[in-house]
Design a protein around this ligand. Structure first.
Ligand code: DGL
Length: 271
């Protein structure tokens, strides 16, 4: 059995591209349909009901694109919108969020104190602490909302003195002082992973930094295989990117991840 339908992926902006790229690298024959809800960026500061509404609307749109699985490539929407998405998804359509696979990683880890940095919405939901402690109650989870980071990244402010200052200000926070592992709890953060690693190198701390993109891509592969939904359509790669508001930074970032030949379309789902 092969299934040539695309995989649907969404985020508030460019963050989910880190997950889309990891899926593309692991499953190069799969076609992706990506929705970046740039008109509502940032999700991190929005009310839970708004995130539910956006997640539901976007998932319904991805289903109209004939998607065989949905990936919520956003921690905020995974925390606050997942239940709503499950309500609209046909039971046979796999739903992959970005939090559960990372929490499962803690089933077999030596980590004693994990830190999570994420948006206000994700941290406020307490989802990381709950999900990690469900699989491993021994891990202490320290959480810090880092609301400036996603906007900084979405605006293209990284690998410069501004980003270095903001990162250092957040990571030196008292609450993170005893951690042995840092979870990048927002899909925008892998874009500044090198800067985060540099911060720890300079402060001579040995911290494991967990970037969820690869872990989530592995989970997507596992779920597709278990439901016989994998394609062998070699060379398909006809990815389609939609945004609710056109931004230069989205186009630039998408080109960095997927090259120049882009199918990028503006689509207002809320008109
Ligand atoms: N990339 C998103 C996340 O993983 C959200 C950033 C935002 O829109 O605030 O939470």
């Amino acid at each position: 059995m092969i299934d040539n339908r695309p995989i649907g992926i969404f985020d508030s902006g460019i963050g989910g591209l880190t997950v889309a790229k990891a899926i593309h690298d692991l499953l190069p024959n799969e076609q992706l349909v990506y929705f970046g809800d740039t008109a509502h960026f940032p999700y991190g500061d929005k009310a839970p009901e708004s995130i539910e509404l956006y997640s539901e609307k976007i998932s319904n749109f991805l289903l109209t694109q004939n998607c065989k699985a949905i990936v919520i490539a956003c921690n905020t929407a995974s925390s606050l919108g997942r239940k709503k998405v499950l309500e609209v998804l046909p039971t046979e359509t796999p739903l992959i969020d970005v939090i559960t696979p990372v929490a499962n990683f803690f089933k077999s880890t030596k980590s004693e104190v994990a830190g999570v940095i994420a948006t206000k919405g994700t941290i406020g939901s307490g989802v990381y602490r709950k999900s990690i402690n469900k699989v491993n109650p021994k891990v202490e989870v320290q959480s810090l909302a880092t609301p400036l980071l996603a906007s900084m990244i979405e605006e293209g402010f990284f690998n410069n003195t501004i980003s270095a200052t903001v990162i250092s200000e957040y990571l030196s926070h008292e609450i993170l002082k005893d951690i042995d592992t840092l979870i990048l709890g927002c899909t925008h953060y892998p874009i500044i992973e090198t800067e985060i690693l540099n911060y720890y190198k300079q402060s001579s701390k040995s911290i494991t930094v967990l970037n969820s993109a690869k872990i989530v891509a592995e989970e997507v592969k596992r779920r597709l295989i278990s439901k016989n939904l994998i394609t062998d359509n070699k060379g398909a790669n006809n990815h389609h990117f939609f945004v609710s508001d056109f931004t230069n930074s989205f186009e630039e970032s998408t080109k960095i991840f997927f090259g120049d030949q882009l199918r990028l379309e503006k689509l207002n789902l809320w008109k």
